[in-house]
Design a protein around this ligand. Structure first.
Ligand code: ZN
Length: 166
């Protein structure tokens, strides 16, 4: 394996280690504070597009406040993703309360999250929108490391680390 030079700035095909704090509506909802930074392969859509775009040309130890509009984050609310389901389709042991998030399996076996919006006599209204849809995202980010991607990571389009090697 040949030694690759350490990248100086965030650019495509560079593995970025990033500390971040995400605030929505003035509240911290996610942060790497007290845990390991996230690692991802820049330029491959591993993170939301608005954040990826803002990171180009940053150096190690650079930090930045990034405000991301919903369309560059988790999108707008899709009314078609809010659906009525007949109440008899739910097993009786399920707690059908508005605000509760359920794991729902589609016909292909994919597990999706849906929030219960309303429960009536015959129907339950489920919302499949991402919880951060329509939200403006406020990130505080700091680049804590840059390295060249391996050939295998380039082929896969994502980072391989202790948790993800295959
Ligand atoms: Zn892989």
């Amino acid at each position: 394996m040949s030694e690759q030079p350490t990248p100086e700035i965030v650019s495509d095909d560079v593995v970025v280690s990033l500390d971040y704090t995400l605030q929505v509506d003035g509240e911290v909802i996610d942060s790497t504070s007290g845990s390991k930074p996230i690692e991802f392969l820049q330029g491959h859509g591993n993170i939301i597009s608005g954040l990826e775009e803002a990171l180009y040309d940053m150096k190690v130890n650079d930090s930045k406040h990034v405000i991301i509009a919903p369309e560059d984050g988790y999108g707008q609310i899709d009314e078609d993703a809010i659906i009525d389901v007949p109440i008899e389709e739910f097993p009786p042991e399920i707690n059908l309360q508005p605000g509760v998030t359920l794991q729902v399996q589609d016909n292909d076996g994919h597990v999706m999250l849906a929030k219960i919006v309303n429960v009536a006599d015959e129907t339950v209204v489920l919302d499949f929108n991402h919880p951060l849809a329509s939200k403006e995202l406020h990130f505080d980010v700091k680049v804590v490391g840059l390295r060249a991607a391996t050939k295998e990571e380039m082929e896969h389009g994502h980072v391989h680390d202790d948790e993800h090697v295959h």
